[in-house]
Design a protein around this ligand. Structure first.
Ligand SMILES: Nc1ncnc2c1ncn2[C@@H]1O[C@H](COP(=O)(O)OP(=O)(O)OP(=O)(O)O)[C@@H](O)[C@H]1O
Length: 420
């Protein structure tokens, strides 16, 4: 029998993949559900996936989760420092940040598994209802965690049915209704044929799909996913990531995904919340946070970047022969600045075209991939990585040891203690 704790969290799904051998998602396997989402989960609120309809809906967006002024102290350590976050109905938001930045703590506070520090300004609202005093079991959240096991002694079917079976008689569906709902959910996650298997007879990725079906069975208001694919190998993660996005397109349940994997966050989420040092550093669409980093931390955390040290003065930033506009700093006093350039934001030429450039020497080339990666060293011994489309690389026929000119196409300038 499940333990008392397991029963108490009957509406949640917890699964462990630690000791399991992950099996790759079958190439070419289709995850298209056999049932429409509304058929599978009739009581969930569904949202149009057509873009213009979605836009219209977002204009009158219903706030699904609204946490304000949340802090959390463990002993003397402040794990969250006055964090506020609003999540729209039907959104998939990723909490992204390095280890220890406070992502899981925020997720656990949203779930009710952890209480925030007492503060009269702090609030946690679901659909405009104050849930801060509601225990975890009354918040109607579904969980998929990395660190908890499916019930090993129960079949896949029974695992998914569990949250419904342990309901009080007054709200428990009939056996036929439970069977119907579980079968539809297993079909939704493409595991109908595995209903009689035990968790030990599934791959890691399949177990996580069971976990998701189990979380959805109780028709939660929000779905909370804490590193759900964290223990799977890279190939399986990629497959499940795409699958999760497609599933979300189908059911549009408000979801919060904790991850430290930037690729996962940028690919899956509608909105990315970047956390660092117990605070939200920046939030926005994947495009916004990637292309318009507001802080040096976000710039360095998201994607690869070349870092240079230059100066700013009178509205200009200079780096060697290069000068770019930097209107944020108009002082006469010269100050040090950090200049960032992404690897794909360079042109490489053999000869100078007369415009300012960095002379550099090619030290290594990797072309076995979707882009060619050219590693260079500048005259002042700084390392630079440039990524070129394979066609451009082939046309240039660059060689190790060659001296070339680097022409940056874009640069981002940050002056310490100031953001651009
Ligand atoms: N129960 C606890 N007691 C003491 N410290 C804690 C507790 N829970 C979390 N912390 C600390 O709070 C900080 C934030 O932890 P949290 O788990 O939220 O980070 P995270 O961003 O999710 O990291 P990870 O990606 O490694 O899971 C960490 O420094 C952690 O050690």
């Amino acid at each position: 029998m499940p333990s008392l704790v397991e029963r108490a969290i009957a509406g949640f799904v917890m699964t462990s993949l630690k000791s399991q051998n992950a099996v790759a998602v079958q190439p070419g396997s289709s995850f298209a559900p056999h049932f429409t989402a509304a058929e599978v989960l009739p009581n969930l609120r569904f949202h149009p996936s057509h873009t213009s309809e979605r836009q219209q809906e977002q204009e009158s967006a219903v706030m699904s989760i609204d946490v304000q002024h949340i802090s959390k102290t463990f002993g003397t350590f402040r794990a969250l420092n006055d964090v506020s976050l609003k999540i729209n109905d039907g959104e998939l938001v990723a909490l992204l940040g390095p280890s220890g930045s406070g992502k899981t703590t925020l997720l656990r506070i949203i779930a009710g598994l952890e209480a925030p520090d007492p503060n009269p300004d702090a609030s946690i609202r679901f659909y405009d209802e104050d849930v801060s005093r509601r225990p975890v079991g009354e918040r109607h959240v579904g969980f998929v965690f990395q660190h908890y096991a499916l019930f090993r002694h129960m079949t896949v079917f029974e695992n998914v049915a569990f949250g419904l079976r342990v309901r009080h008689k007054s709200s428990r569906p009939s056996n036929e209704e439970i069977r119907d709902r579980v079968e539809r959910l297993l079909s939704l996650v493409q595991l109908a044929q595995f209903s009689k298997r035990y968790p030990s007879q599934l791959s890691g990725g399949q177990r996580q799909r069971v976990a998701l079906a189990r979380a959805l069975a109780v028709e939660p208001k929000v779905l909370l996913l804490d590193e759900p694919f964290g223990a799977l190998d890279a190939q399986v993660r990629k497959g499940l990531r795409a699958w999760l996005r497609r599933l979300h397109e189908e059911i549009h349940i408000t979801s919060v995904l904790v991850t430290h994997d930037q690729e996962e966050a940028l690919e899956v989420a509608d909105r990315v919340v970047v956390m660092n040092n117990s605070k939200i550093e920046q939030e926005g669409t994947p495009d916004e946070v990637f292309h318009n980093a507001k802080t040096q931390f976000v710039m360095e955390f998201l994607g690869q970047v070349n870092v240079f040290h230059g100066r700013v003065q009178r509205g200009k930033a200079t780096l060697g022969d290069l000068t770019v506009d930097y209107p944020n700093y108009s002082d006469d006093r010269e100050r040090p600045a950090t200049v960032y350039m992404r690897p794909h934001e360079f042109e490489i030429r053999r000869t100078s075209n007369g415009k300012p450039s960095f002379p550099a020497r090619i030290v290594r080339i990797h072309s076995a991939g979707a882009v060619a990666r050219v590693f260079l060293e500048t005259e002042d011994a700084s390392s630079v990585l440039v990524e070129l489309p394979l066609e451009e690389f082939a046309n240039l026929s660059l060689q190790d040891g060659e001296n070339v000119h680097l022409y940056p196409k874009n640069a981002r300038v940050f002056v310490p203690s100031e953001t651009k």
